[in-house]
Design a protein around this ligand. Structure first.
Ligand SMILES: Cc1cc2nc3c(=O)[nH]c(=O)nc-3n(C[C@H](O)[C@H](O)[C@H](O)COP(=O)(O)OP(=O)(O)OC[C@H]3O[C@@H](n4cnc5c(N)ncnc54)[C@H](O)[C@@H]3O)c2cc1C
Length: 380
């Protein structure tokens, strides 16, 4: 067993961290305040091969696999998750095309996103159904060689800035859940689409989030991903992969909180000693460090299992579940170690405290992960 990252992975990790420090850190605070999505940062990230880094080179990506992508996501999120998402989530939805699309779809849709010229989105959640993925109601009805889509989607990352989205729709309403849904690629400029930015998020405010209405939206049958009726299965696989990436975001922000807390504990003095000399501070830092290291092992192993051709998606669900809680724990501890200053916007940890909570909510709530992990345990 070898826990050492290969040389090229360490170089990638280092490059992603330097990129985030040079390009993301200086704008993180203002983008948060102004709820500003930054296309320029996406473009720069793409020039460095950091957008959809997992996509194989033949489709325009960097071909670094899921582990490489997790390393990039970790390093970017360690500096700032909000602006970081403009880079590492710019290709959200591409997974569906890569795993289930035709060769033509892969060649058409993946390269422009990897280059940073286009942005994609994964439109699954609806106003009345999030966790209950079988409860989505958006309908796609066949009309000649087209589908006509009606419905609405909620909380869609990149919703107002995307060029196209992968949309989960009911195509076979009378079939059982597993055969009822299909996924289709919907260009954002198709008539009948209304996209409204959601303002006032608690955290990751630099990431674009939108509500999307689809009214008689006509898309050609050739935009269907894979076979009709396979959408539910495709969505489950999509989550298997993207959960690992969300866990990598959690790892990054947790490490960032630990770094800031250690730094502050050396600088700040109380009762004539640095904070780090007090056992209670040491205990908090130690707890953070252990959780971060345990999470790192879960994330890397889950990612490695996919790249090695023996995917263990159970590990990915564990990483996502543990990741959300680790991020919230570390952000909370980092604020506490900063005392009153941790509550003031001048210090990064107050923002990271707000950002971290989303990791227990999106891409499956922590309760949903319990159901996923629990079902696997029961089936063994
Ligand atoms: C900033 C942001 C970005 C997002 N980006 C995207 C995106 O790009 N694409 C997309 O499709 N979605 C996206 N989402 C949606 C996100 O994935 C959902 O919000 C999440 O899955 C939860 O769904 P919900 O909000 O409808 O909550 P609900 O499903 O209504 O759940 C509410 C609460 O009930 C719990 N619950 C539900 N069912 C059960 C059960 N059976 N047992 C126990 N507890 C249960 C949940 O865990 C949760 O605590 C995003 C959300 C946010 C906030």
């Amino acid at each position: 067993m070898d826990f050492e990252l290969p040389e090229e992975m360490r170089m990638l990790q280092d490059m992603a961290h330097k990129f985030a420090q040079a390009e993301i850190a200086p704008i993180a605070e203002e983008c948060d305040k102004e709820e500003r999505y930054t296309p320029e940062i996406r473009k720069k990230g793409a020039e460095n091969g950091l957008v959809c880094a997992w996509v194989p080179e033949e489709y325009g990506g960097s071909g670094v696999g899921i582990l490489g992508n997790a390393l990039v996501t970790e390093q970017v999120s360690r500096v700032d998750m909000g602006v970081g998402l403009n880079v590492v989530a710019a290709g959200f939805g591409c997974e569906a095309i890569y795993y289930f699309g035709t060769e033509e779809q892969k060649k058409k849709y993946l390269p422009p996103v990897c280059r940073g010229d286009q942005v994609s989105a994964g439109a699954y959640t609806e106003p009345n159904a999030g966790t209950d993925v079988a409860g989505y109601g958006t309908r796609a009805v066949k009309d000649g060689s087209d589908y006509i889509i009606n419905g609405s989607k909620m909380f869609i990352t990149n919703g107002t800035v995307c060029d196209w989205m992968v949309c989960q729709c009911i195509t076979n309403p009378d079939a059982k859940t597993h055969h009822k849904f299909s996924q289709t690629i919907v260009p954002s400029d198709t008539p009948g689409i209304t996209r409204t930015k959601i303002h006032g998020k608690m955290g990751i405010r630099a990431s674009d989030t939108a509500e999307i209405f689809l009214e008689d939206v006509r898309v050609p049958q050739e935009n269907l991903i894979g076979e009709e009726g396979k959408g539910f299965h495709q969505l489950m696989h999509f989550f298997d992969i993207t959960r690992i990436m969300v866990a990598a975001q959690a790892l990054g922000i947790s490490q960032g909180c630990l770094d800031e807390a250690v730094k502050y504990s050396k600088e700040r003095t109380a009762f004539g000693k640095p904070l780090g000399a007090f056992q209670i501070t040491m205990q908090k830092l130690t707890e953070m460090a252990i959780r971060v290291e345990a999470l790192r092992n879960l994330v890397y192993k889950a990612a490695w299992s996919v790249d090695s051709g023996h995917p263990d998606f159970h590990l990915g669900a564990m990483a996502k579940y543990y990741g959300g809680q680790t991020a919230v724990f570390c952000a909370n501890a980092a604020v506490e170690i900063h005392g009153g200053y941790g509550y003031i916007e001048e210090y990064k940890v107050q923002k990271w405290y707000r950002d971290a909570k989303i990791l227990e909510l999106y891409e499956g709530t922590k309760e949903a992960e319990i159901m996923t992990i629990g079902k696997v345990l029961q089936s063994r």
